[in-house]
Design a protein around this ligand. Sequence first.
Ligand code: FE2
Length: 368
Amino acid sequence: MEERKAGGETGRNARAGWLSAYAGAAMLAVIVLLSACGAADGAMRTRAADGEQVVHVFSARHYEGDQLLFERFAEKTGIQVREVKGTAVELVERLRAEGGEANADLFIAADGGVMEYAKRRGVLQQMRDELVERQVPADWRDPDRYWVAIAARARVIAYAKDRVAPGELSSYEDLTDERWKGRVLARSSSNLYNRSMLASFIALNGEQQAARWASGIAGNLARPPEGGDIAQVKAVAAGVGDAAIVNAYYIGQMLQSQDPEEARAAERLGIVFPNQHSIGTHVNVSGAGLTRYARNRENALKLLEFVTSREGQTLLVQESFEFPVNAEADMPALLESWGPFKAQPVDFAAMLDYSDKAAELFISAGWD
Ligand code: FE2
């Protein structure tokens, strides 16, 4: 299988184009798309009634807004979306074990490394769809056509506005400084968001530097890692620590939350897109690919066409606060307010290739 080369010029330029479309002015941005959000396997297999048009989705995304997207698609096309949720690896292994018996047409995950994993495990098939290829820039698509990105996310630093001065933090490395001892919050290193971030750091900065960074963070933690990104935001708001490493979209989701505690916590935090004067902010993607034995292939492609359309992307990012891959999409005011940012060049194959090494470095660092 042909593998994608890290940091290639073509990729760099194409990705820069996307970011510039969003961000304006010159930037060397390269973006990665990944996503892996754990969720219980609510595997409920449903069979289509006679004549009913369906598409079966195996999804490792865990955002409520996806349901709205699927409902809108059903309204427009009459095609019902049946969704099975699970962790990314769980779903890939299930696709592999069930083979042609699997009731799945589209696989969706929130991590580019996992999409690469699904491709290498042989559970996806190549797809050619002119509309999808027009809507998603080349650099947001697997070069071998096994999957495409449907949204991008940035892993940023969220800080307590009342305790951290603007300009005090500008890079991931700042958080390893002595001044931050006992003030940093981060979730477990077993989480895919952290794993892929460190794997990217290894690819970009080398193993030694990545190891130093992980040790520096582990040594500055305010408490042993616990909870997800939302829990880190709440802990900063509660004064457990002063800054946390989180995906930016959680701030948007929390500000919109029906839970007043979440909204209040997010209001107290500011965010920094780190490393704007060096390597850029770590980015990852959510991706989608046609399963190898898809029975509702045409419907799955129609869903993918919708999800990557201007309408689908606008709806998706309105709910999830990720960044759209289709530059025509409208973004929520909050995303616009964050302004342009420089993203790290990221490579999905490298993200997967260095994943085990990242886990090893986290263990050595004492980042549980
Ligand atoms: Fe997430």
